[in-house]
Design a protein around this ligand. Structure first.
Ligand code: ATP
Ligand code: MG
Length: 423
């Protein structure tokens, strides 16, 4: 036998027993987005490498070491998208969508060559939301309310909101100088990653996941002491909106985003129930990006949530997850009965389109058919024999608990099943 091939490390198959939960989560997210008037944009998974270099920034983890970049047959450098904002902004500029307010969302796989571990994969899935053309804190608040509604809708608990303001780029210059001075003074306590960031992009030392570095940073200069008055006011109004909406949050003065294009509002929804990979959703304002990518200056704010982490959290918290086990498994013995069973199943699907009905295919004894019915997880079997069919009846038999088989006339079945399953 030929050696079987394996999937690429960090890239997961989503198997049939998992995909139903994914669909449940995805449709929950879509309906919340629709309720706020957001519309979907679909963009390619591959873009020119240049787009990500320019938008994410050369000295970020993503561009420095995580991108799947390759040359196509023309010799052009292309990259599998590591995130969705760049492509979304590119499409909006290209198609002239930015002359009015846009509330958009996208979903799909993203690719980053990271070290695979729980909650961190090389192909992972995001839902992303972007709003263009609104600069006030009201829209930032709307996005956070949308997130909060989403957690409620999915039944998620213990996801808490952290917010911060990065101020404007100009205001960050002085902060950067103060931070660099502080970090240089404590050089000996920095790890290799932070030393590298100190030279290339010092603000990102704040983003370090090393607890020793985080401890050191407790005494570092605070960005909030440096940001400009207008940003401070913007942030205060955001807090007022959140208070009015009853959304809990904490201000985390060390919260910065890994990507370069953020300014003013940044936020993360985090949980302590997923180990080290606790950020479920992250985003903020990136007013500079559109112009930077060749469009006219346009305010922008958005977030992306990681579906793998969201689903892992759901699985951890909820004992009763939605399931796609069939409601009914139809077994049939005898030539007439087998032929009748397919037709009967069709009639039932016509009458009760949301019931999941499996017909037994492939023949075999009642015993072997019941074994398959049992394995399907269906709570009921519908039993057809030639005699029953001649009388226009089928036997309804509970499979999960002891109980008698009752004969039900074909014509009465839809009603009976509707009662049984609270249809
Ligand atoms: P982290 O700090 O965990 O590396 P990030 O800042 O790189 O996250 P973003 O680029 O903001 O993450 O992506 C938004 C969300 O996408 C994250 O909060 C997370 O839920 C999810 N995500 C990011 N990278 C991965 C990955 N490699 N595997 C699974 N989910 C991911
Ligand atoms: Mg990352």
């Amino acid at each position: 036998m030929a050696e079987s091939l394996q999937a690429i490390r960090g890239m997961n198959d989503i198997l049939p027993h998992q995909s139903y939960l994914w669909q449940h989560v995805e449709s929950g997210i879509r309906s919340v987005l629709e309720a706020y008037g957001y519309r979907e944009i679909r963009v390619p998974i591959v873009e020119k490498t240049e787009l990500f270099k320019r938008s994410i920034g050369e000295v970020t983890d993503i561009v420095e070491k995580e991108m799947y970049t390759f040359e196509d047959r023309n010799g052009d450098s292309l990259t599998l998208r590591p995130e969705g904002t760049a492509g979304c902004v590119r499409a909006c500029i290209q198609h002239g969508l930015l002359n009015q307010v846009q509330r958009l969302w996208y979903a799909g796989p993203m690719f980053r060559h990271e070290r695979p571990q729980k909650g961190r994969y090389r192909q992972f899935h995001q839902f992303g939301v972007e709003v263009f053309g609104l600069e006030g804190p009201d829209i930032d608040a709307e996005l956070l309310m949308l997130c909060a509604r989403l957690w409620r809708r999915l039944g998620l608990q213990q996801v808490s909101l952290q917010i911060n303001s990065l101020g404007t780029a100009a205001a960050r210059v002085d902060f950067r100088a103060a931070l660099v001075e502080f970090l240089r003074a404590h050089r000996g306590r920095l790890d290799a990653d932070s030393l590298r960031r100190l030279e290339s992009n010092p603000l990102r030392v704040l983003d370090s996941k090393n607890p020793d570095i985080q401890a050191l940073l407790a005494d570092a200069p605070r960005l909030s002491d440096y940001i400009d008055d207008q940003s401070r006011e913007h942030f205060q109004h955001l807090c007022d909106h959140l208070d009015a909406a009853g959304i809990d949050y904490s201000v985390n003065p060390r919260l910065v985003r890994g990507l370069d294009y953020y300014g003013r509002t940044v936020f993360e929804w985090v949980t302590d129930q997923l180990g080290a990979q606790g950020t479920v959703c992250a985003g903020g304002r990136y007013d500079a990006l559109v112009e930077y990518l060749g469009g006219k200056a346009t305010s922008a704010v958005g977030f992306a949530l990681g579906l793998e982490r969201l689903i892992a959290l759901l699985e951890q918290q909820q004992t009763q997850l939605p399931s796609d086990t069939p409601h009914l498994y139809i077994v049939a013995l005898g030539e007439h009965a087998q032929r009748a069973s397919l037709g009967l199943a069709e009639q039932l699907r016509e009458a009760l389109p949301r019931l999941r009905i499996l017909t037994h295919c492939g023949g075999g004894s009642f015993k072997s058919q019941f074994k398959k019915a049992d394995r399907s997880g269906a709570p009921y079997a519908l039993v057809l024999g030639d005699e029953e069919v001649a009388r226009g009846e089928a036997g309804l038999k509970p499979l999960r608990e002891h109980g008698e088989q009752h004969n039900v006339a074909f014509a009465a079945l839809p009603q009976r099943l509707a009662e049984l399953f609270n249809y």
